[in-house]
Design a protein around this ligand. Sequence first.
Ligand code: ACO
Length: 325
Amino acid sequence: MYAQMIKSEATQDDPEKLAAFQARIDAGEKIEPKDWMPEGYRKTLIRQIGQHAHSEIVGQLPEGNWITRAPTLERKAILLAKVQDEAGHGLYLYCAAETLGVSRDEITEMLLDGRMKYSSIFNYPTLNWADIGAVGWLVDGAAIMNQVPLQRTSFGPYSRAMIRICKEESFHQRQGYDAIRKMAEGTPEQKKMAQDALNRLWYPSLMMFGPSDKDSVHSAQSMKWKIKMNTNDELRQKFVDQTVPQAEYLGLTVPDENLKWNEERGHYDYTDPDWSEFFDVIQGNGPCNVDRLADRNKAWDDGAWVRDGLLAHAKKKAARQHAAE
Ligand code: ACO
């Protein structure tokens, strides 16, 4: 429904303005919030940036779940810092979305009542400590693969937010790899846990890049507008090519019998995820969808008194200023 709304409004733009806008994009100029932009461009950005912001915030849940159970004080401090970073990423992105004329409360409400999405990956559980290593290695690894090109995206506030986010995400990926390496090099039981984490999280990580190109609804227009810089399949392939040698180094086996280096293509051949599972998860039927949304709704409701207090304070301050003028 949200996508349909974007399409119908996009057709209302003046063709001359649209052509001039496209010329700016093609010339590599950044579009800033006060510049003219097609309604479809604005709405697509709100959808993508909002979905990304929600992913950062919801993504805190599976990891936050392990802060109290981290195996050492050092791992606990690292995980705590990482989870806090994700909250910061959410804030940068909500701020970027706000420059497009939508308030943070509005898009938060759209998340809470299910009108907006967040990344499919966070609807899978983190069952043991090795999963936390695998999340950093695979999930943050996939996120960076997608986000590094987005530093060059055409909308200024989004591209600047991505520059900051990517710096931190690369630390997240490394800490995840370090944590899973420790498990893979540990006792047979620890190595088994690392392999189990890879088995469960491999295909959900591949799904993060979105449906295959033939089923991607938005890619063509988003790439024309440089809201997206690559297709879903291009990024997925890059991720597979980067990650398989890392798994080999760890002595772990990627759970794909068809995985093999294709000399002619210069890439690994691999098995696509089960796309029916992906569509089921993004429609709300993944293993953790209900819990994730319930947790976000509870956090929002529990925080109402803070928002009310801040608003009352701001109103009082404004009234005092008004009286003094
Ligand atoms: N999880 C949930 N929904 C998804 C996912 C996913 N992994 N991939 C695609 N979808 C949805 C799209 O939102 C779209 O649905 P909608 O029209 O209702 O919004 C539908 O599936 C069709 O997909 P595409 O047409 O390919 O969608 P799009 O062009 O938006 O591409 C992508 C999806 C690649 C995720 C893009 O939005 C993107 O690059 N987003 C920015 C990065 C991001 O959000 N990362 C989150 C990762 S987690 C993290 O960073 C913590």
